[in-house]
Each structure stands twice: as C-alpha cells, then as structure tokens.
Design a protein around this ligand. Structure first.
Ligand SMILES: [Fe+2]
Ligand SMILES: [Fe+2]
Length: 272
C-alpha cells in the first residue's frame, strides 16, 4: 500500500496526457492574441468536443437565456478563460470513457456543480466559475480510479462499512487524499489557479475569520454544495463538512436559500 501511496501522491503519478487537439486549443487559449474565431475553428476539428461545449453552454444552469447553436456563441457565453478547465474535464472524461466509470461519482460532481451554480449569485460568485469548480472538485478521485481501480474499490468498501467520508478512508488507507492528487492534475493541465485552489482545499475544515478572498468564497460555496449533495445521498460515503453553520454565515446564505437549494436537488436533470 505504501508503494501505491507514493505512486499516487508524488510526481510519478500516472496522470493522463492531454490529447493533441486539446493541447493545440489550450496553447491558443494561452496566447492572448488568439481570437474567438481561431479557437472556434480548432474546437470544430473535434466533433465530440464541439458537441460537449454546445451542450454545456445550453444547460439551463448557464445564464444565457437563449439557445446557442454556434460554437463561437457558445465560447463567448462560457468565457474564453473558462475553456481551459472545461476542455480539460471533457477530455479527461473521454479518456476514461473506455473504462466503466462509477456513475455515483459522476452524478455527485455534476450535482455539486449545479447546486454551486444555483447558489453562486447569492454569494457574488460568477455562475460559470461555480459550475466548473463543482465539476472539477473531486477530479482527484477520478485519478485514483484511473490509476488504481482496486484501491478505489477498497476505499469505497471502507467508506460503506465504516460509514465515513471518502477523504477519511483515503487518509486512513493511503495517508493522503484526492485533494492533493487532483491538485497535481490541475497543475499538469494548467487549470487556472482558482480551480486548483478549490480542488486542493475543498475538504479543509477551517473557515477564515478575516475578510474572504474570492477563491475562499468559491471554495466555501463548493463545500456547501458538496454537503448538500452528500446529505441527499448522492456520492460515495458521507459529508466531511464539520463547519456548515459557520460557512453559511460567512457566505451570508440564509435558511430559505439553503432549503431551496436542498429542495431542488432531486429535480436536477444531471448532464453526467
Ligand atoms: Fe472531495
Ligand atoms: Fe465531492
């Protein structure tokens, strides 16, 4: 187990490489002189990527209000800066498509992303950033699944037997967790730092006493959404959140808003 821990937690972890077309798009996105038109032409070279970007831009949880049919419009409404993590998650899921992915895991991330985006405007967070942060927050678990399916199954069994949080089982069995592993992926795939922050800190137990930074707020928002989704029984194991009242208080999320988000969970038609 120690060997696996080392493999998972240190630099030799087998984090999948970015497919060639995605590498080209991401390079173009990093060039500040690239136009939407240039990015759109690159995206159009990959049919599945095009379909996925259009689908995400048309989810009711994005605020556009009109049906988007052109990739240029979809890129504009999602925001160029959000394409890096979005393309990354689409590509990662395509790479994992050949394996049988645990639906429980996908549904959990999808619902956390939607609940985060529903609550985003209440806490002055951009909806699309909340959506992406929610989609990505548990990406480290996908890496464990990808690298070591038997360890993933052992963790899942421990979580169910001991009725604990997944992150607790990871720390007991591996001595490290998916937050650290996910952060390695975020760095390797050049996610904007704000998403790396959420991936790395979404199971922290403390809540800042001082003035909140934007990234703290986004991270706390995802912690709240993660808790709501676990409490609805969607996800592997239990919520690890120990500080919910304090989180709600610093985010200024009232009981009515919180209860309304809880009430919506079952009616969310997940895109996963
Ligand atoms: Fe997590
Ligand atoms: Fe989660």
């Amino acid at each position: 187990m120690k060997e696996l821990l080392h493999k998972l937690l240190f630099e030799d972890v087998d984090i999948p490489s970015m497919p060639e077309i995605a590498t080209k798009i991401l390079a173009a996105l990093e060039d500040k002189h690239s136009s939407v038109h240039k990015i759109a032409n690159l995206v159009l070279k990959d049919q599945s990527l095009t379909a996925n970007i259009l689908r995400i831009a048309n989810t009711p949880y994005y605020q556009t209000g009109k049906h988007v049919t052109k990739i240029n419009d979809a890129i504009m409404s999602l925001g160029m800066h959000n394409l890096i993590p979005l393309i990354s998650i689409i590509m990662l899921r395509q790479q994992l498509m050949s394996k049988t992915i645990d639906n429980e895991l996908l549904e959990h991330s999808c619902k956390v992303s939607i609940i985060s985006s529903l609550l985003a405007t209440e806490v002055d967070i951009k909806k699309e950033e909340a959506l992406i942060a929610g989609l990505l927050h548990d990406v480290g678990i996908l890496i464990i699944f990808f690298n070591a399916p038997s360890t993933y199954n052992a963790l899942k069994l421990k979580v169910q037997t001991d009725k604990i949080a997944f992150v607790q089982a990871e720390n007991e069995i591996l001595g490290g967790d998916h937050c650290h592993i996910g952060s390695l992926l975020a760095k390797k795939w050049n996610f904007p730092p704000i998403y790396d922050y959420v991936i790395k800190h979404h199971h922290d137990t403390d809540v800042s006493e001082g003035k909140l930074t934007y990234e703290d707020k986004l991270c706390y928002l995802v912690r709240v959404a993660d808790h709501i989704v676990f409490e609805a029984g969607i996800g592997i194991g239990q919520s690890y959140e120990k500080n919910l009242p304090r989180l709600l208080s610093v985010l200024r999320i009232g009981k009515e808003t919180y209860d309304s988000a809880v009430g919506k969970i079952q009616e969310i038609d997940c895109i996963a």
